[in-house]
Design a protein around this ligand. Sequence first.
Ligand code: NAD
Length: 256
Amino acid sequence: MNLKDRTVVITGAGGGIGAAMARQFASKGANVVLSDIRAENVEKVAHDVRGLGVQAHVVLGDIAKEADAEALMAAAVKQTGRIDVAVLNAGILRDGLLVRVDKETGKVKGKLSLEQWQSVIDVNLTGVFLTGREAAVQMIETGSKGAIITIASVSMHGNPGQSNYSAAKAGVASMTRLWAQELSRYRIRVAGIAPGFIRTDMVMKDMKPEALAKWEAMIPIGRLGEAQEIADSAVFIAENDLVNGVILEISGGVKV
Ligand SMILES: NC(=O)c1ccc[n+]([C@@H]2O[C@H](COP(=O)([O-])OP(=O)(O)OC[C@H]3O[C@@H](n4cnc5c(N)ncnc54)[C@H](O)[C@@H]3O)[C@@H](O)[C@H]2O)c1
């Protein structure tokens, strides 16, 4: 797909990876529809992107709410007439061990709460389902032979301390493969990216230097990834019509 004058919708566009994607798609001449639950960052990203000479629309909303997901994809078509690429990027972390045990007494002192579980499932799994479904609805009704790009994580393989996040991302990877099959009759491609550890607020917030050094030691290339490297991968998927039904692990070789 040639991205010039196409419409790319990006959820979570105020965050590290989403903002890098907005700039990267815009640099290819695409108009962008940027969505986030928080206004501040996404408005700034839209302002920067307009400087590249493309349209940038902001649609605020919560991807976990059905009405917001419907409104986002409908607004993208209303404002630009089309959706060619939808990047389902918004996500959150609420890490915790399944059960925490006091070393001295052997008694259970904490559990992963239902609230921690549900909040991540609501955004990272249900939110991707809702926004993916609504992107497909609009693409089919407007006859767009576009691409849906999901953002999973290497945690989809099962990362200790992330029952909620790993389960949601494994679900995203599964939906990616099955949507590629279901939507092929409309010539809509679906492919995903499973990033490793990327230097954004999501991982750097509250990170101590010793913890960072430990993480870097786990990554075969010896450093965290940059948001730009994930943005490059999203553009690659959009541009290359042969990429379909797969999850690209872009992680520097990290295995969880
Ligand atoms: N950073 C990493 O190491 C890493 C690794 C693997 C996967 N990922 C995935 O990449 C994606 C982007 O992560 P990031 O590192 O840029 O995180 P980030 O926290 O910098 O950005 C996430 C953005 O999503 C928005 N958001 C959160 N909940 C939302 C909701 N309910 N509705 C709409 N927007 C919402 C936030 O406001 C934020 O702007 C996420 O899906 C994340 O799980 C990140």
